[in-house]
Design a protein around this ligand. Structure first.
Ligand SMILES: Cc1ncc(COP(=O)(O)O)c(C=O)c1O
Length: 357
């Protein structure tokens, strides 16, 4: 724990609350920061500090922040890297197990699809060439890739990551900055797999828009040497109070609302998919849903220009949606969304697609 140099009672209250809800083996300890990227920096430093190792494995398409450590993991767009020279940390990137666009070759996948392809990539390629497992501090994964296209990781893959980490003393870091705090219809996306990480990074929704990041780790790992890590404003009292209230609201109604209204939204988007051949995929959980635009469903050829047009046409009709990945749109509305809101938004989305094709 660390605040503005002194403790105030709400801070341990929030740490205790996180200990109850975060998918990390209890007991945990939490370091509070001001943003997502800082929570990730904490995780990286902690993984190095706790293991004495310095290599990391990350995924193409990932986004973990823009400060130099987290930028070494980030790989969703060249613009985020351009001009910032070589990556500061020793990170090797590998393809993310995207079930709609399997990035692995058939031989690597065998009968096991993307999950086997990804596992083989780690065990039979990285570990025996560039990245000896004994030197890997952590594998850092988004349980749902956010910026990279709203792509959920298969549960079996996350379980395999857990196994690989356990076998080699590697830490599993889950970046739930975007997918956490009820966004996916569960408090954390990792819960869909039943996997527990060693370290979880949280920010964005945790304090309903106030600046707060949290790095929650197994207590035995978060055992810094004195002076090793701190932040003056990390966990400021106003943001901490907002986070406690946010978690209360999430637990009382908003996680359930995210699951229920999210399922309703996904159903509506799937109906639009049967109407429009340019929607290649609708995926995700809760109120974290990705819609991928293609030239046609048979070819699956990405159509980023169409995606851009739909984004603008939707905006012009009063609904703000953001792109993600090369050719997808993310649905990431406030968790207070109602089914009536969904009906209006889907009607507008439908009109926007019709106007864009
Ligand atoms: C998964 C993930 N990690 C980290 C970050 C960085 O968070 P911040 O912008 O608060 O530094 C983001 C931001 O989009 C994110 O989506």
């Amino acid at each position: 724990m660390c605040g503005t140099d002194y403790y105030y009672s709400l801070m341990p209250d929030l740490a205790k609350k996180l200990d109850e809800i975060v998918p990390v083996q209890r007991p945990t300890r939490t370091h509070f920061a001001n943003s997502g990227t800082e929570a990730v920096e904490t995780a990286l430093k902690l993984a190095m500090h706790a293991t004495g190792r310095e290599k990391f494995i990350s995924f193409f398409g990932s986004f973990h922040g823009r400060t130099l450590g987290s930028l070494s993991l980030t790989s969703s767009r060249a613009a985020q890297r351009l001009g910032f020279k070589r990556q500061v940390l020793d990170v090797v990137h590998m393809p993310y197990p995207n079930e709609y666009r399997n990035p692995f070759n058939a031989e690597d996948c065998g009968d096991g699809g993307v999950v086997q392809g990804a596992v083989n990539w780690i065990e039979n390629r990285l570990f025996i060439t560039t990245t000896p497992p004994d030197e890997v501090a952590a594998i850092v994964v988004e349980p749902v890739q956010g910026e990279g296209g709203y792509v959920p990781a298969p549960a079996a893959f996350l379980k395999e990551l857990r196994r690989i980490c356990d076998e080699h003393g590697i830490l599993l870091v889950a970046d739930e900055v975007q997918s956490g705090m009820g966004r996916t219809g569960k408090m954390f996306a990792l819960e869909y797999s039943g996997v527990k990480a060693d370290i979880v990074c949280i920010a964005k929704g945790i304090a309903s828009g106030l600046p707060l990041g949290a790095c929650v780790a197994r207590a035995d790992l978060m055992d810094w040497k004195k002076g090793a890590h701190a932040s003056t404003f990390g966990g400021n009292p106003v943001a901490i109070a907002a986070a406690l209230k946010t978690i209360d609201l999430l637990q009382r109604e908003l996680v359930a609302n995210s699951a229920e209204v999210g399922a309703y939204l996904k159903n509506g988007l799937e109906k639009l998919m049967s109407k429009y051949d340019c929607i290649g995929d609708v995926r995700g959980w809760g109120l974290m849903i990705g819609v991928e635009f293609v030239k046609d469903r048979a070819s699956k050829k990405p159509d980023p220009e169409l995606r851009d047009r739909v984004e603008i046409e939707t905006f012009n009709r009063g609904v703000i949606l953001l792109g993600c990945g090369a050719n997808s749109i993310r649905w990431s509305p406030p968790l207070i969304l109602t089914k009536e809101n969904v009906d209006v938004a889907l009607e507008i989305f439908d009109e926007a697609i019709a106007a864009s094709i």
